[in-house]
Design a protein around this ligand. Structure first.
Ligand SMILES: C[S@@+](CC[C@H](N)C(=O)[O-])C[C@H]1O[C@@H](n2cnc3c(N)ncnc32)[C@H](O)[C@@H]1O
Length: 338
């Protein structure tokens, strides 16, 4: 069962219907962004996979494996693998199911115990034994030189100091070990995606204002049985995304952290616009109005546009405009001549 923040959690101070916190015991240092990340993601872990149409089947295996294979060649083997900010295990589990982590010992860490509980359960359901340890990416709970591969997907943009996490990932990697970070938003790609989301949302609201269509709109949290606590936690969604990145800054950050063989690849242009339009509709519509077939249809559209981006736009359009950023790097051997 996923951990759900208790109502006396620091981020719930002042929520209507909750007992006021005692100022004598309130530690202002806990009211920081990390407390919010933990509370939000614990709460979100209950619905995260539904929200992002996450599954453990060919659709998501192909997605994860395609990202990974852009920076790690087939045939590369790893003994001990860690995913940081692993959430419910989307990247780690789909890569393992796709044969990219053959024979490796799998570990996952995240600031949210709720996410890790779902991750371990998902792993077990797919025959994978995943060791999970709750921790902060900026102070990883592992010894130096422990892992052959350290990965992350869609998580460094949540960290106050992403460079600190890169240094930690370097520290826990064995010399010669590999770092792969995928699914991070670029600065320009994110700005364009906001315009797409905004336009889609306005169009959806205009359409569902028509007679007979208003009940297509998703009911508010309170109207669908949620509490004041749910409302506050849901609202943290707008506080937990902290960064977008310029590709060259990420390269610099990785080198400053001590990595070598640093390579940043960006991808998804029209595919991403389509993806955000789909997700905006999914976030605005009554959940029972769409089903699994919608997810597969949307994915087929995404695949077609990804192929278009790769065939016609990659290499012609500046890499800064693509939305998704992938980083590959290696920890140097102490003897840099090896
Ligand atoms: C958008 S989710 C991505 C989860 C997963 N990697 C995926 O791709 O589905 C971001 C994850 O980062 C985690 N996170 C946020 N801040 C963190 C921190 N300081 N240390 C470790 N994990 C953190 C969250 O709990 C959440 O699980």
């Amino acid at each position: 069962m996923a951990a759900v923040p208790t109502t006396d959690h620091p981020v719930l101070v002042g929520v209507p219907d909750q007992p006021p916190l005692d100022p004598r015991t309130l530690d202002p240092r806990t009211l920081d962004i990390k407390a919010k990340q933990e509370a939000y993601h614990d709460w979100e872990s209950r619905t995260y996979e539904e929200k992002f149409s996450i599954s453990y089947d060919q659709r998501c295996i192909d997605y994860a494996r395609d990202r990974f294979r852009k920076v790690v060649p087939a045939g590369a083997g790893f003994g001990r693998v860690l995913e940081v900010g692993a959430g419910t295990g989307f990247f780690l589990i789909n890569l393992a199911l796709g044969g990219c982590l053959e024979g490796a010992a799998l570990e996952a860490t995240d600031i949210s115990q709720g996410m890790l509980d779902v991750c371990r359960r998902n792993g077990a359901e797919h025959g994978l034994d995943i060791t999970t340890t709750q921790g902060d990416a900026e102070a990883l709970p592992y010894d130096d030189d422990t892992f052959d591969l350290v990965m992350g997907h869609a998580f460094i943009h949540h960290l106050p100091v992403p460079g600190a996490a890169l240094r930690e990932m370097l520290r826990v990697l064995r010399p010669g070990g590999t770092l792969v970070i995928a699914g991070e938003p670029t600065e320009l790609g994110d700005r364009i995606s906001w315009a797409v989301k905004n336009t889609t949302y306005r169009a959806f609201m205009a359409l569902t204002a028509l007679p007979g269509l208003t009940d297509l709109r998703k009911p508010s949290i309170r109207a669908s049985g949620g509490s004041a606590v749910d409302e506050v936690l849901a609202g943290l969604e707008y506080e937990v995304d902290l960064h977008t990145f310029r590709p060259r800054d990420v390269e610099k950050m990785a080198r400053l952290a001590g990595f070598r063989e640093v390579r940043v690849v960006t991808e998804e242009l029209t595919a991403n616009w389509f993806g955000w339009a789909v997700r905006t509709v999914e976030g605005s519509i009554r959940p029972d109005a769409i089903g699994r077939r919608w997810a597969y249809g949307a994915f087929r559209g995404y695949l077609a546009l990804t192929a278009f981006d790769e065939r016609f736009l990659q290499g012609r359009v500046p890499r800064e405009l693509f939305y998704n950023l992938l980083l590959h790097a290696r920890k140097p051997y102490a003897d840099a001549t090896r």
